[in-house]
Design a protein around this ligand. Structure first.
Ligand code: 5GP
Length: 206
């Protein structure tokens, strides 16, 4: 079991409706040590990709994205959510249905922050139906940029997002993949993943 799976088992709370709450270390309070380990793990898993920008969506992806941006020494951009954003000359706009809030969000990025020369690593806290990830991909493509990979902290493997994105040919890496969870017994099963070597600080120089 890896560091994130262990953390989820000790501190995660399963809610009715297939929701995993991880407020104590990711979605409300932020455990910097866990964020740092995730950043190193993403850098290791995406070591063959050439990345010059980290992209996420507000709000909970920002912490992981920031530490990853530090590790790669590249800019971090987060897409903003808005109920009102319409396409304009100065913004790229896409739509994403929110699984947790059950509503459609417009997400946008101001044009100066995304370019055709960008090789983007998309990161987010959760992957469920893939709405947020697809909206971010759409924004990168509107700018003419390239999506090099998608790094997710927690993928909910019972939902369609991960399968769809991999079938579309994207390099998706999720540090923990929930295979099943039960709110009544508070039990959770993770998908087996290849063994991961211990982190080492040389990753900074990869
Ligand atoms: P998707 O867009 O892939 O359908 O859903 C991903 C987004 O929904 C994430 O950015 C995350 O904010 C939220 N989300 C989906 N499922 C969960 C969950 O079980 N727990 C939490 N905390 N957030 C979730």
């Amino acid at each position: 079991m890896n560091f994130l799976e262990e953390k989820i088992l000790t501190d995660g709370v399963i809610k009715e409706g297939n929701i995993l709450k991880v407020d104590s270390f990711l979605n409300h309070q932020i455990d910097i040590d866990i964020m740092r380990q995730m950043a190193y793990e993403f850098k290791r898993r995406f070591r063959t990709e050439n990345i010059n920008k980290i992209l996420t969506i507000e709000a909970s992806g920002i912490a992981i994205a920031t530490l990853l941006g530090d590790l790669y020494d590249v800019p971090v951009v987060f897409a903003k959510k808005s109920e009102t954003a319409n396409s304009t000359d100065d913004k790229y706009v896409a739509q994403a249905y929110s699984f947790t809030h059950k509503k459609m969000n417009n997400v946008f990025i101001s044009k100066p922050y995304l370019h055709a020369t960008d090789h983007v690593l998309i990161v987010d806290d959760f992957l469920a139906d893939g709405e947020a990830a697809h909206a971010l991909i759409d924004l990168v493509h509107q700018a003419g940029g390239t999506v090099e990979g998608i790094g997710i902290a927690v993928e909910k493997g019972q939902q369609k997002g991960g399968g769809e994105l991999r079938a579309e040919g994207y390099h998706v890496e999720s540090i923990a993949i929930v295979e099943s969870m039960d709110w009544q017994t508070q039990t959770i099963k993770f998908r087996e993943q290849p063994a991961q070597p211990l982190q080492n600080t040389n990753l900074r120089s990869i």
